[in-house]
Ligand binder design. Structure first.
Ligand SMILES: *[C@@H]1O[C@H](CO)[C@@H](O)[C@H](O)[C@H]1NC(C)=O
Ligand SMILES: *[C@@H]1O[C@H](CO)[C@@H](O)[C@H](O)[C@H]1NC(C)=O
Ligand SMILES: *[C@@H]1O[C@H](CO)[C@@H](O)[C@H](O)[C@H]1NC(C)=O
Ligand SMILES: *[C@@H]1O[C@H](CO)[C@@H](O)[C@H](O)[C@H]1NC(C)=O
Ligand SMILES: *[C@@H]1O[C@H](CO)[C@@H](O)[C@H](O)[C@H]1NC(C)=O
Ligand SMILES: *[C@@H]1O[C@H](CO)[C@@H](O)[C@H](O)[C@H]1NC(C)=O
Length: 294
């Protein structure tokens, strides 16, 4: 099991960074700016409550090597944080498998208590299988149900790298929802495809990461086990409840510091801070998002 897990870690590390600036150090002075190899830009932080803004606490667990980062005190593992409004975490894969019995695992991902939503530009709802009924049900902020249904008869009709409806199907998602569940089932309990496809899987995933391979639908739980049941997903974050237009710079809770500029988050969630022109040197970037008195 160690090898496939390392492989997932490796694949995640090989992904292009969410934004060019995500490697710079943006922590508050006196606060830890990294958890293992993962840079932690303010408003995110851990330890002393002065190190993070309300709602952006993360936990760095040193039990593992390298240490692992989690959202707040949840079990959602964070892989990368970009100061320009995105973070990458792991998300569960739901499965529906048949042989003598039916092994079934559903997933639910709830961000209701966090200032994040699932990124509509970076994620796709993805289902794989040849006897597959799958739905993504989103709520909290926006209610919708959409999905993918598929029947295919052999592996010859499937194409590596192609997710266009034969064995692999992807759909776009709307902006602005904070909770989803995945509903997964089959038309014929995989009876007609059992010899090559005993399982269906469905998940929301960073679409840059997932590349369908015919291998993925073959074998009992193979895709699930190979990925330790997890795939990377991208969340959008912003300072919620205000836009640059109505956030008061004199408000004690205003997030952007002296040398940073306010910009409205692309996903309409709120605002973010970007370093002002002329303040982009590595030393100066430490000040990003930090108020004058700090
Ligand atoms: C760190 O992770 C270990 C193993 O997963 C767990 O037992 C421990 O409670 C965690 N510590 C904290 C502070 O969350
Ligand atoms: C979404 O559905 C929930 C109940 O499932 C309901 O309470 C809520 O008002 C709905 N939201 C919208 C925007 O329709
Ligand atoms: C698809 O990719 C797998 C490896 O992931 C390879 O074994 C197989 O031969 C490929 N099939 C086709 C048709 O290219
Ligand atoms: C996906 O995999 C196919 C072959 O399996 C390859 O030709 C293609 O370049 C890959 N696409 C990406 C984006 O990695
Ligand atoms: C600021 O503007 C946004 C978007 O128009 C609105 O949703 C929000 O409620 C406003 N906040 C305040 C405090 O006025
Ligand atoms: C942040 O600043 C950089 C450098 O000027 C600029 O290229 C980038 O577009 C800005 N990002 C946003 C979202 O405003």
């Amino acid at each position: 099991m160690a090898l496939p897990f390392l492989l997932l870690q490796l694949l995640i590390l090989l992904l292009p960074p969410l934004a060019a600036s995500s490697t710079a150090s943006f922590a508050k002075p006196g606060c830890e700016d990294k958890c293992g190899n993962i840079p932690i830009p303010y408003p995110f932080g851990f330890g002393d409550p002065k190190c993070y803004r309300n709602g952006y606490m993360v936990t760095c667990n040193h039990t593992s090597n390298p240490p692992k980062l989690y959202l707040s005190d949840s079990n959602v593992e964070v892989v990368e944080i970009s100061s320009l409004g995105q973070l990458r975490t792991k998300s569960l894969v739901s499965y529906d498998c048949y042989d003598q019995t039916n092994d079934h695992g559903s997933i639910s991902f709830n961000l209701e208590d966090f200032p994040y939503t699932f990124s509509d530009t970076r994620n796709k709802f993805t289902a794989i299988g040849c006897d597959t009924i799958s739905n993504l049900i989103g709520f909290q902020g926006r209610n919708f149900t959409s999905g993918c249904n598929m029947l295919c008869i052999d592996t010859q009709s499937l194409v590596n790298g192609s997710c266009s409806g034969i064995g692999c199907c992807q759909t776009s998602i709307p902006k602005g929802f904070k909770h989803f569940i995945v509903d997964l089932g089959s038309f014929y309990r995989h009876n007609f495809v059992m010899d090559f496809n005993p399982c269906s899987y469905a998940f929301l995933v960073d679409s840059d990461w997932f590349n369908f391979s015919v291998h993925d639908i073959v074998g009992y739980m193979d895709f699930f086990n190979r990925n330790e049941g997890m795939v990377p997903i991208v969340l959008d974050w912003a300072i919620e409840g205000y836009t640059c237009g109505n956030a008061s710079t004199s408000d004690l809770n205003y997030a952007c510091g002296k040398n940073s500029e306010c910009f409205n988050s692309p996903n309409g969630l709120g605002y973010l801070c970007n370093c002002s022109q002329g303040f982009r040197s590595p030393q100066r970037t430490r000040m990003l998002g930090i108020k004058d008195e700090e």
